[in-house]
Design a protein around this ligand. Structure first.
Ligand SMILES: [Zn+2]
Ligand SMILES: [Zn+2]
Length: 242
């Protein structure tokens, strides 16, 4: 099929393989092949708790061991292995594809709402926010995927979005550092505005991928210092090294 005709017949592209999604398949954001792949990746069992990723709440290595470190996630992630989740994460990092963000938000919503319910909270007493990426990455891609995911989660769940975390001026990119330096760097990488007061609110804290959890850990401390109630950490995926 030539490109023009294909574009005319196929309105959307699958955010994982970038193949056009044909008429009749529009209700699913992913093409049928990637959808099947993604569903099977979601069934991968956590080596620590024995549950599939969407039910596993295991923390990152450097995240608090209490309820505030429980991590809602969709899948386990190995960078560069061309899995559906790996390609979805990459797409969302570098391309402002609204349907990909909406898809991820719809996938994450049940886990978020059940965590709120389990803690006796409700959407009207919560806000959703994100761990901002470095200014350099944001300049390169023109947007912050954490913000976009946070906004999409807000649209899907009805939980109010609020930006409360900011990057400190001189923070370095986490990616280039070893785990211990990451942990030290993350502790100084974020800040809240001086008058931030989250008393009475639980916070849904969004990031794209959690590796050691240093970023989450540092953001949780700041949110707690601003008197937040429960913190519920949310990521598309948690990195698996094995
Ligand atoms: Zn696809
Ligand atoms: Zn687990």
């Amino acid at each position: 099929m030539n490109q023009t005709l294909e574009n005319f017949l196929c309105v959307f592209k699958c955010p994982v393989c970038l193949d056009p999604i044909r008429l009749g398949d529009e209700e699913s954001t992913l093409c049928p092949v990637c959808r099947a792949k993604f569903e099977s990746e979601k069934r991968e069992i956590c080596v620590d708790c024995g549950l599939p990723a969407p039910l596993c709440r295991c923390h990152g290595e450097f995240m608090p061991r209490d309820d505030n470190g429980r991590l809602v996630k969709l899948a386990f992630y190995r960078a560069g292995n061309r899995s559906a989740i790996d390609r979805l994460v990459l797409r969302m990092k570098h391309c402002l594809d609204g349907r990909a963000f909406d898809f991820a938000a719809r996938q994450l919503a049940p886990g978020i709402l059940s965590e709120l319910a389990e803690r006796g909270s409700e959407p009207s007493r919560a806000i959703v926010t994100y761990a901002p990426r470095s200014a350099r990455s944001e300049r390169r891609d023109g947007f912050d995927q954490g913000l976009e995911l946070s906004l999409a989660i807000s649209r899907v769940t009805g939980i109010r979005h609020e930006t409360v975390l900011y990057r400190s001026k001189h923070s370095r990119m986490q990616k280039s550092l070893d785990p211990i330096s990451r942990h030290r760097n993350a502790a100084e990488a974020f800040r809240t505005a001086k008058d931030t007061d989250l008393a009475g609110f639980d916070v849904i804290l969004v990031d794209d991928v959690v590796t050691t959890g240093s970023t989450m850990n540092s953001c949780i401390s700041l949110l707690k210092r601003a008197r937040a109630g429960a913190v519920i950490c949310v990521a598309l995926a948690k990195t698996r090294t094995s």
